[in-house]
Design a protein around this ligand. Structure first.
Ligand code: ATP
Ligand code: MG
Ligand code: FE
Length: 347
């Protein structure tokens, strides 16, 4: 099936054309980084307005690059949640409008499901994991560990109790006066820093569960800065490397524990933090040691983009029995839990 996917949950406006849930024909992304950089974080109202401005040009770009027209599209799929409601609305209403106009089916998808299943697309040199696999989402809003039993069937094993990993990167970067988004900048500076320079805490290390907590680590960095001032030059690189190492250590340890406890030999990293060069390297090393296969999509597919929805889009579109538009009731949802057992109380 030839599918057009749309993503606008935060500050990237993106459209992709995907064939049979596997092949990425195009993936156009308009990033709003320059818009939000001067505020040091995403301003929701500005994000919505920029999505409205960018969404149709981005769709045109995706179609053009795939050498397709809207008439070729057999199904539409869009991120319906979780995310900023004003941002999600733009994608959802656009997808519905196009699908209605062309009388094609349209499904609303969970952004997290997209991150978790990006590796099921045909990606050069990444390989495709067999089910079940353990999936980590480390992003701006989430640090979640899942078992992916198959498409549509997920168990949440652990999550952050406070800040997400990406949020910790961004907040620490802000304290250091580094430009937004901070994760990328810390990664860059850490490359020439000493990860053993400062012994930051490894939160939740000794707890038996698979949950994370990053706010204490952030406070530890703040206390360090209050005592020693904001470092410059090599000392700044050392601090970045030491902070990054603490985050990476905990992420790798917990995800490998999840694989071990569930006797699963495949681990998938996803979300923006999966771009982190040290995390990618440390995860691969841990995988080699424990004989666990590690799957990580290229960086451009780890941060938000529409192609990442391709596998789940095909999966849900194939389940519809009507070939035309029926999704009048599709709505944007700011909160959209995934894989939480009905017996587990959502926090
Ligand atoms: P969510 O997926 O939870 O809704 P989001 O969609 O805003 O959140 P993503 O776009 O998946 O988040 O990821 C963005 C996050 O990834 C930011 O916090 C950013 O700092 C972080 N990030 C991006 N590149 C790197 C990197 N190289 N090292 C560390 N963090 C990074
Ligand atoms: Mg983003
Ligand atoms: Fe995301």
């Amino acid at each position: 099936m030839l599918v057009l996917t749309l993503e606008s949950s935060c500050d990237e406006t993106s459209a992709a054309i995907i064939e049979d849930g596997k092949k990425i024909l195009s993936n156009a992304v308009a990033s709003q980084i320059p818009v939000h950089a001067r505020y040091g974080g995403v301003v929701p109202e500005l994000a919505s307005r920029n999505h409205i401005r960018d969404i149709h040009p981005v769709i045109d770009q995706a179609l053009e690059r795939a050498q397709k027209t809207l008439d070729d599209i057999e199904g539409f799929a869009v991120t319906a949640g979780p995310g900023l409601v004003g941002s999600l609305l733009v994608g959802v209403e656009t997808a519905k409008g196009l699908a209605f106009a062309k009388d094609r089916p349209c499904v609303g998808l969970n952004h997290l499901e997209g991150h978790l299943t990006t590796v099921l697309l045909d990606l050069d040199e990444v390989g495709t994991p067999e089910f079940p696999y353990v999936g980590l989402i480390a992003s701006g809003g989430h640090s979640d560990i899942y078992i992916v039993h198959e498409l549509g069937d997920y168990t949440l094993l652990g999550r952050t109790r406070d800040d997400a990993a990406g949020e910790a990167f961004d907040k620490v970067a802000k304290m250091l006066g580094l430009p937004y988004p901070g994760g990328v900048e810390i990664d860059r500076l850490a490359k020439t820093g000493d990860p053993a320079a400062i012994d930051f805490p490894r939160p939740m290390w000794t707890r038996k569960n698979l949950d994370f907590s990053f706010s204490g680590l952030k406070t530890a960095v703040l206390q360090h800065l209050e005592e020693h001032g904001i470092p410059e030059g090599q000392a700044l690189n050392d601090l970045c490397a030491s902070f990054q190492e603490a985050v990476v250590d905990v992420l790798v340890m917990k995800v490998m524990t999840a694989a071990h406890q569930n006797d699963i030999g495949r681990v998938v990293l996803s979300g923006g933090v999966a771009c982190n060069s040290r995390l990618r390297q440390a995860m691969r090393a841990a995988g080699d040691e424990a004989d666990v296969d590690i799957f990580i999509a290229p960086a451009s597919l780890c941060t938000d983009n529409a192609a990442m929805l391709g596998a789940v889009a095909e999966f849900y579109l194939q389940q519809l029995d009507a070939p035309g538009f029926t999704s009048h009731g599709l709505k944007a949802r700011g909160s959209m839990p995934l894989g939480v057992s009905k017996r587990t109380k959502a926090r």
